[in-house]
Design a protein around this ligand. Structure first.
Ligand SMILES: *Cc1c(COP(=O)(O)O)cnc(C)c1O
Length: 357
């Protein structure tokens, strides 16, 4: 007897990057920040009294929403705090998408979108990015033509790291009739010279939801905290109807607040990652490995024939270095490599050398 819904029976689950137990493995496979969170987070954690956990936490994490509103120059009503970005993505489907409707993504993108669509029971259609990994300028027309209710766009894109400018996003928003979910999981690593900030667009476009997370930029992937930004009309039904009543816990709310309070520390880690991103891009290129221009904390390395990306992945693994290999169309000759500390990146380059023959 199988009690699962038919779509759940038929689906396969999300495959996460390997999370090894050994401490000596160099982990460049799941895009975590290579630096720890600010010391203010450690102080805040030490100050938490078990007694304070007797009560329920603020149900909508209002203190954190107020602090984020100030940080972004918006209102607390424009923000929902979620248990990781993944919860926000699930809420978006639960709140805005009928199972009979079709959603979309500019692909390749985040493989979790497929899993969420399968679990929800709706269809996900993929709209290819251009050769240069940028959005197709006609994406809005394509989406409207196919009646796509909601579309996920990752910017900077994962797995390529390529960034679309604000004008390109605005061009899409202005013409697309459905709901645009702009997944900005990696936005903290964008070079300030790019002047990329889409937050102000939520005032102008009632069909925009932006995803932000503490997992990457604030070095808190283990905490499971993220937030959505959008017009109150989009935020309210998730905030007051579909989310769990106490979806984020008191410890997580407290630590997230401490993390954003120390912007100077976090932005210094972003700067260090950008420096190493440039170093690694050049060093790989000197070895004959090219990567699209990344504004993220990872590189999508193209392993030139006759070398085989899977073999290189396995060779690195043997050397104690994990990177991500996706055995799917369009990515089978690539490795996604998270930018690590200078020491980790140096070891990566040393381990790569003999594998390239
Ligand atoms: C990491 C990531 C997220 C969110 O991750 P959480 O840890 O659940 O906050 C969302 N989208 C993409 C593309 C990501 O890589």
């Amino acid at each position: 007897m199988n009690f699962e819904r038919q779509n759940v029976q038929a689906m396969s689950g999300y495959v996460s990057g390997e999370q090894p137990d050994q401490a000596d493995v160099i982990k460049l496979n799941t895009n975590e920040n290579p630096y720890p969170a600010s010391p203010t987070v450690a102080t805040a954690l030490a100050a938490i009294k078990v007694e304070s956990l007797r009560r329920y936490p603020p149900p909508t994490a209002l203190p954190l929403r107020l602090a984020l509103a100030k940080l972004h120059g918006i209102e607390a009503d424009n923000i929902i705090i979620t248990n990781g970005g993944d919860e926000l993505l699930r809420l978006l489907l639960a709140t805005f998408v009928e199972a009979s409707e079709t959603i979309g993504t500019a692909a390749p993108s985040y493989s979790l979108y497929d899993v969420l669509a399968d679990a929800h029971g709706c269809k996900l259609k993929k709209f290819p990015l251009q050769q240069d990994w940028l959005l197709n300028p006609d994406l809005a027309d394509q989406l409207n033509q196919e009646n796509i209710k909601l579309c996920f766009v990752v910017n900077p894109n994962a797995p390529s790291g390529v960034l679309n400018a604000v004008a390109q996003i605005e061009n899409l928003l202005g013409r697309y009739k459905g709901l645009l979910v702009l997944d900005e999981a990696y936005v903290n690593f964008v070079d300030p010279e790019q002047q990329y900030d889409c937050v102000a667009l939520v005032r102008k476009y009632p069909n925009l939801i932006i995803l932000r997370t503490f997992s990457k930029g604030y070095s808190l992937a283990g905490l499971r905290m993220a937030y959505g930004i959008g017009s109150a009309t989009l935020i309210n039904p998730m905030q007051y109807k579909t989310k769990d009543s106490y979806n984020t816990d008191l410890i997580a709310q407290t630590l997230a607040l401490a993390a954003i309070a120390d912007q100077a520390y976090a932005s210094n880690t972003w700067q260090l990652v950008r420096q190493e991103r440039a170093m690694l891009t050049n060093a790989l290129l000197a070895m004959g490995i090219s990567c699209p221009p990344s504004q993220s904390n990872f590189l999508l390395a193209q392993i030139p024939a006759p070398l085989n990306a899977e073999q290189v992945y396995l060779g690195l693994k043997k050397a104690g270095i994990l990177v991500r290999y996706f055995k799917v169309d369009g990515l089978a000759d690539r490795l996604r490599i998270t930018v690590g500390t200078p020491e980790e990146n140096r070891k990566l380059l040393i381990a790569l050398q003999p594998l390239l023959g």
